[in-house]
Design a protein around this ligand. Structure first.
Ligand SMILES: *[C@@H]1O[C@H](CO)[C@@H](O)[C@H](O)[C@H]1NC(C)=O
Length: 466
């Protein structure tokens, strides 16, 4: 299976002219002069005519002045003049973030992050039209004369996100690609790539708010707070950042709502004002991403057994295509059947028709890789809030730290005030104290021993059937 991964990787290498040379730098962090503008592609891209014609841009000059934007600038540090690197995805959110920072008087440079293996999967990945995203990003920059740079982070994306996720899928876990991508790519590899360029801050169109301490209090931490728009709030996706990353971030949309963003886009006549939200490289879409990963892992036929009887029911394409609780895609008669357990050693999937007769709701779980945004746990751990997925709803919770071997990563037990129906290993749990996001950890495999009771006969058949 690792061979197929290597093969696809080799195939992708060969398709990129620049990298048909021996890979010049296996180090994930390429020096800036290298990772910027590999000659052929980016130049070609930059000189491409935009789909928005120049005349239509001239006729529709922005009809909103910087003074009109004053009420919207409270998350854009308007009191200083800063050098800001702005991540642009081609969607409305990041475009408005750029326009607010520009209106606040900062010197902005826009950056579009590109991972080129998207091109090799164009047909299969039709929902990810990066060239259209890039055209819109360029048109948005042209409206206010801000330079746009393209940064290629393919190796970093592959090494730090995709390969990690593939390894996790192989162990039967389904990690969240969005949090990994923010931590390791957008505010990881990208920040490293521009570290020599002396920007004061890196900004993006996230709905979240960072409160920085005043410059004379360098000892104080920067704090991540909920966005004004509780429904759009994206602090969950940012909860695994480090203090050194947070210190350098600016989220201009943290003080306004999605509705205001849409209204501003219309008033500014942004070229992408009517576009569906662009998901950017971090948001490849859940279903698409699992398909993508499955393609890389390949298929391996295995058997499906009924958990209660051990009866053979059919074949499957590899346990990594199935998650616990899944109903769709099993193609078994006499259902509905649910995936209740997986034997990842023997590639066996156990199913049951009685999935919901078992109480799967849980309120206590362990988290590992716990990271605190401030660098330290809060003083009190007994009255916190918790998000176990992206969305507006919280649980009250209390947290107990466990001692762990690894000094950089804590383990804790989280006790929710109510049951949750959908907790799964590999999923992130983000902790909050009222408005402040404190950090997050990854839900561990076994926080109790209440797995679905697969009968002994079924377990035995799974071993033999190997
Ligand atoms: C959380 O606890 C606070 C204070 O005890 C309470 O007011 C609030 O309703 C609780 N929220 C939830 C979602 O249980």
């Amino acid at each position: 299976m690792s061979m197929s991964m290597l093969r696809i990787r080799a195939m992708m290498m060969a398709s990129l002219p620049l990298l048909s040379l021996p890979n010049p730098n296996p180090n994930p962090i390429l020096p800036i002069h290298f990772s910027l503008f590999p000659p052929s592609k980016s130049n070609k891209v930059r000189s491409k005519p935009l789909s928005v014609s120049a005349t239509s841009l001239e006729l529709n000059l922005p009809s909103i002045s910087d003074r009109d934007l004053k009420p919207y600038l409270s998350c854009s540090m308007p009191e200083k003049r800063l050098r800001v690197a702005v991540l642009l995805s081609g969607g409305v959110d990041s475009s408005i973030a750029l326009r607010l920072l520009h209106a606040a008087g900062h010197s902005c440079t826009a950056f579009y992050l590109k991972i080129w293996f998207q091109e090799d999967f164009e047909n299969f990945w039709s929902a990810c039209p990066w060239d259209e995203d890039l055209k819109y990003a360029q048109a948005v920059c042209d409206q206010v004369d801000v330079p746009l740079e393209i940064i290629h982070l393919t190796d970093e994306y592959w090494n730090n996100v995709v390969s990690h996720i593939i390894a996790e899928y192989r162990c039967g876990r389904t990690p969240n690609p969005d949090i990994l991508c923010n931590t390791r790519i957008k505010f990881g590899a990208f920040m490293d790539a521009i570290s020599s360029m002396k920007f004061d801050y890196v900004a993006s169109g996230h709905y979240a708010h960072v409160v920085h301490s005043s410059p004379d209090r360098k000892d104080m931490s920067s704090v991540l707070e909920l966005s004004n728009d509780m429904v759009k709030d994206q602090t969950y996706f940012l909860s695994h950042l480090s203090q050194s990353q947070l210190r350098r971030l600016l989220f201009p949309l943290g003080c306004i709502s999605k509705d205001e963003v849409r209204r501003l886009a219309a008033k500014m006549d942004l070229p992408n004002k009517d576009r569906k939200d662009s998901q950017g490289i971090c948001f490849l879409g859940k279903i698409k991403f699992s398909e993508f990963v499955a393609r890389h892992i390949g298929e391996m036929e295995g058997i499906i057994l009924e958990a209660e009887t051990g009866d053979y029911l059919g074949k499957h394409r590899g346990f990594w295509f199935y998650t616990i609780g899944q109903r769709q895609g099993l193609r078994l008669p006499g259902g509905p059947w649910y995936v209740v357990e997986k034997d990842t050693q023997n590639n066996v999937v156990f199913v049951s028709r009685n999935y919901f007769s078992l109480d799967k709701k849980r309120r206590t779980f362990r988290v590992g890789s716990l990271k605190w945004l401030s660098g330290f746990p809060p003083d009190r751990l007994d009255q916190l809030q918790c998000k176990v997925r992206h969305g507006p709803s919280f649980y009250n919770c209390s947290v107990k730290m466990e001692t762990s071997q690894d000094r950089n990563s804590d383990i804790a037990v989280v006790d929710l005030s109510e049951d949750d129906q959908g907790l799964a290993a590999g999923q992130y749990a983000a902790l909050y104290q009222i408005k402040t996001c404190l950090g997050s950890g990854v839900i561990l495999d076994s926080w109790d021993n209440q797995n679905f009771p697969v009968c002994a006969k079924a377990l035995k058949i799974a071993k033999i059937g190997r």
